[in-house]
Design a protein. Structure first.
Length: 443
């Protein structure tokens, strides 16, 4: 899809997802309960996904010092004087200190999200530092969501197009408190055909794209959640019984290892079908980045592909081309990951992180230690320094990343921002058997 920019640097601009509209218990200008519940649910799904992709979220919230700031607007005075208007409470809406001046629970990550709480008019750019915030972070593409469709969303979209941003509007992540009659345009975003074509109050310098954001079809993406890394568990071979056992134990993602185990392409189909029958996502590590090998695995119906020993941008781009070929251009169907596990990859990590041909990166400490000359010694401070540098480069570009984890390291990696962790069935068995043996003094 062409958004009219050389390279998409996106951010979500979530408009007025606050309790003043969406919490029936305290809202001063409430959306209908079903509308509020739907908007919160769809935005949570979108925002959770965006964080896994390194897409920042800017919450823009209406908040006034006092009613005088509201009364200054002539149109709002007419709404307040009409007892039948759904916005009749505008003079008492979201004044500082009111409970409505908080983002709905579950939508705000205070450590990661941006908050602009000085919005006082429909256009989110008026009298706020939103533009400065976006420009200073190199954002050129806005995913605009929230309420109300026919006022704040419409006004902000129009302004953003005129300010040379590319604009994407997820149609099921916007709605309105107003009734869907002839006086206001419908709940579902239309923005009028003229504006969608780039016309309207000011001709859009960038295209406006309206899309529907339903639940992601990719199982890996659905399983990813901010602050809670996804465990990808290596079953250790071709046993479907092991997959059954992992599913019963609560695993969410099966790691099929064609690089370091005896799994072959014939076994992959059975493993994928068994995992999917249990609702598990499947990621497969290939033994090679050769296109003909990758195509064979992708044709087996896997959800994610991990390619080892990637060192250059050209190799990343080649992986992306294979994925696009197999998925007929729908790259989002596959969660593609490149492994960073060599000294050349570490040296080139800034360029790798800036390349969007894949969806994430898996750091391989063991192979990296060999490449750095430490013969598998993963305790060396030089290795730790290299890994820290890789993580810093990936986080600077807001890329999803993962690393092998243990029970005693998982929390630390999660705190540092890991989107996924790699573990093995061997680890699980050892961890479970050790206390059992100790309890009887055996082994």
């Amino acid at each position: 899809m062409n958004f009219g920019v050389d390279k998409v640097r996106a951010a979500i601009v979530a408009i007025d997802l606050h309790r003043g509209h969406l919490d029936p218990a305290v809202a001063t200008m409430p959306a209908a309960p079903d509308v509020a519940a739907r908007v919160v649910a769809t935005n949570k799904r979108l925002i959770d996904w965006a964080r896994t992709q390194g897409i920042p979220v800017a919450h823009v919230m209406t908040r006034y010092r006092d009613a005088d700031e509201i009364r200054l607007n002539a149109f709002w005075r007419t709404r307040a004087e009409d007892p039948n208007n759904p916005r009749k409470n505008v003079m008492a809406h979201n004044i500082m200190g009111m409970p409505g001046c908080t983002i709905m629970p579950g939508l705000l990550d205070e450590q990661r999200d941006w908050v602009v709480d000085t919005k006082k008019r429909y256009n989110c750019f008026v009298a706020t530092d939103l533009e400065l915030l976006l420009r200073s972070h190199g954002i050129n593409t806005l995913i605009i969501t929230g309420v109300n469709t026919n006022s704040c969303v419409l006004s902000t979209v129009t302004a953003a197009c005129s300010m040379d941003f590319a604009v994407i509007v997820p149609s099921d992540c916007v709605d309105t408190m107003d009734k869907p009659d002839a006086a206001v345009h419908p709940h579902r975003l239309r923005l009028r055909d003229e504006l969608a074509r780039g016309h309207g109050p000011a001709r859009a310098a960038r295209p406006l794209t309206m899309v529907s954001v339903s639940a992601p079809t990719n199982r890996v993406v659905r399983a990813l959640a901010p602050g809670r890394p996804l465990w990808m568990v290596n079953g250790g071979g071709a046993s479907v019984d092991a997959v059954d056992m992992l599913a019963r134990a609560g695993a969410a993602c099966l790691f099929i290892d064609c690089e370091r185990t005896a799994v072959n392409v014939e076994s992959v189909t059975a493993l994928v079908r068994t995992a999917h029958a249990h609702g598990l996502a499947t990621v497969l590590r290939s033994e090679s980045m050769a296109p003909e090998i990758l195509v064979r695995y992708l044709d087996r119906g896997i959800d994610g592909l991990i390619v080892p020993h990637v060192e250059t941008v050209a190799e990343l781009q080649a992986i992306g081309e294979v994925v696009r070929y197999v998925t007929k251009g729908e790259r989002a169907r596959i969660f593609a990951v490149a492994q960073i596990e060599s000294a050349p990859a570490v040296d080139n990590v800034a360029a790798l992180a800036a390349c969007d041909a894949v969806d994430g990166f898996l750091i391989g400490p063991n192979d990296l230690s060999h490449s750095l000359g430490f013969a598998g010694d993963t305790t060396r401070p030089e290795l730790k320094q290299a890994i820290d540098g890789v993580i810093a480069a990936l986080q600077q570009q807001r890329r999803a990343w993962g690393i092998p984890g243990q029970a005693d390291t998982a929390a630390s990696w999660a705190q540092r921002g890991a989107a996924f962790l790699y573990g093995t069935l061997d680890q699980i068995v050892k961890a479970g058997f050790a206390p059992m043996a100790a309890a009887v003094g055996g082994r």
